[in-house]
Write a protein that binds this ligand. Sequence first.
Ligand SMILES: *[C@@H]1O[C@H](CO)[C@@H](O)[C@H](O)[C@H]1NC(C)=O
Ligand SMILES: *[C@@H]1O[C@H](CO)[C@@H](O)[C@H](O)[C@H]1NC(C)=O
Ligand SMILES: *[C@@H]1O[C@H](CO)[C@@H](O)[C@H](O)[C@H]1NC(C)=O
Ligand SMILES: *[C@@H]1O[C@H](CO)[C@@H](O)[C@H](O)[C@H]1NC(C)=O
Ligand SMILES: *[C@@H]1O[C@H](CO)[C@@H](O)[C@H](O)[C@H]1NC(C)=O
Ligand SMILES: *[C@@H]1O[C@H](CO)[C@@H](O)[C@H](O)[C@H]1NC(C)=O
Length: 501
Amino acid sequence: MISVIIVGFLLILLIEASVSLVVVVPEDEIAGQVGSTVTLPCWIAPPQNAEGLEIRWYRPEHFNTPVLFYRDGKIQDIQEEHYRNRSSLGLRSAQSGGLKDGDVSLRLDKLTAQDEGVFHLYLKGDSTFDGQVMTLNITALGSIPVLSQRAVSGDKVNMSCRSSGWFPEPNVRWMSDDRRLLSPGQVSVSRAADGMFSVQSWTIVSPSDTQLISCLLALNTGQHREGRIDITDIISLEVTSGPWKALFIIFLICALLGLAAFIVYKYREKLTVKKPSEQPCEDGAMGNMREENVVLNINMEELRKDAVNITLDRETAHPGLMINKDLKIVRDASGYVQKNEGFPYELCVCGAQKFSSGRHYWEVDLAQNNFPPKDYWLIGVQKDGNCSSTDKSRLTPSDGFWFLCSDGANGFHTNTDPQITLSLSSRPERLGVLLDYDNARLSFYNAKHCQHLLTINTKFSGVLVPLFNPGVGDKSSLKILDVSVESPDSSQPLLGNYSEA
Ligand SMILES: *[C@@H]1O[C@H](CO)[C@@H](O)[C@H](O)[C@H]1NC(C)=O
Ligand SMILES: *[C@@H]1O[C@H](CO)[C@@H](O)[C@H](O)[C@H]1NC(C)=O
Ligand SMILES: *[C@@H]1O[C@H](CO)[C@@H](O)[C@H](O)[C@H]1NC(C)=O
Ligand SMILES: *[C@@H]1O[C@H](CO)[C@@H](O)[C@H](O)[C@H]1NC(C)=O
Ligand SMILES: *[C@@H]1O[C@H](CO)[C@@H](O)[C@H](O)[C@H]1NC(C)=O
Ligand SMILES: *[C@@H]1O[C@H](CO)[C@@H](O)[C@H](O)[C@H]1NC(C)=O
């Protein structure tokens, strides 16, 4: 009797062992970056050949339109459209023997934000089945933050910080030079159709609070991006009311006396030298920036101390460009026909000067010969002086490009990846560029209105050269100005490797 029970028990165990399926998955969530490939590891334990089984990977509520469906020895063509050509059976480790060893892992390529969340596995044999659930965490590190500012009342500045391409939504913190948290302004978050987050935050600071201000965007995985700006690089505040007024006037008188003495001295020294840098700032459309008694003008003299004499490197010029003899003026040849729609990224030329440290400033005239300010231009720096790339997606900081681009009615954008689009209050007639290699910042100024436009914070390495692209179709050409010594307006004909019809 007892032996019959034991035999029966053993028989049941045997049957159980031969047909039961136990599927194992890791305990923790799996993490993947947008655009990358991830494997959701999953296997049968103890190992058993899975080639004859039915394997269904699906998202919650989508059993009938799975991510991947394997049956009768092959992957079936029943699938959610979102996963078409992106899902396959993966290997949980390099040693795995695949299906034969019971490895039923799911591999997903080109991850998107929508892939975040739960995945179910349902495994079915002839007379048995098992299931498992896994969670996929998706992250995406957004673009390099772009910082810009506006004047507000009192001696304060409204700094804003923009970045896009985040997943999930990042935390935003503003900090002073000693890493003190600054009272945060508002954070506005928007979500693109692809599920990625764009963030814009602002905070009100006063130069008396801190000299350096930093905007830190971080994911809770610890990955982060930081934008920093030196307030003294972007403003010099003139407070013209209250008890400061008298002090200011005294200071102004001293400064004027000093300046007069300086001019007389310089005048004797260099009678023939013209100094455009002494042009006063113009109000222009910046009138609305002047609120109360604050003048958000930067000290151009300070910037121009780092002026460098830039010339164009004809060797690097696209054949559709015309460059003048003294290598300062460039424009599109009159018969140039664009290959692609949109901004003509291919029409670039590099500067001949190379930088691998220090601070360097140059200015570009975008409204030559009384023509209206150019609508199309691209100005910045580039690594290694090789601007032969015309594919817009290859013009990113990781490919060694940093620039501001004016694309007509589409406004202005930086090439941070993904790009940030901005509206500037007026089209610059004269653009100032400050390359601060050591602090890894590239700043743009409206040199005519003495206004900081924006700063791109990044990482530089190797040798950088100035980058110019005059776009197509503007009346005015693009001219690099001699900031220290202005040459008379060049009326030399433009020489180009392009025959004009
Ligand atoms: C996945 O996300 C959750 C919630 O955000 C978090 O608690 C967990 O640590 C993440 N896991 C991994 C592996 O990143
Ligand atoms: C999947 O790949 C096939 C063949 O390579 C292609 O024809 C099809 O358009 C692709 N489908 C999607 C959604 O990418
Ligand atoms: C600061 O600037 C942002 C836009 O850059 C604006 O939305 C916000 O209202 C401004 N804040 C103040 C207090 O002016
Ligand atoms: C310039 O870039 C192109 C494409 O990115 C590459 O094929 C070429 O070798 C590069 N030339 C130099 C001199 O680096
Ligand atoms: C700048 O460079 C050009 C060409 O090399 C030269 O003609 C010009 O005199 C230079 N200007 C200054 C201020 O050095
Ligand atoms: C003009 O460009 C062509 C190729 O684009 C080149 O073969 C030719 O040598 C160039 N001519 C001059 C004068 O630079």
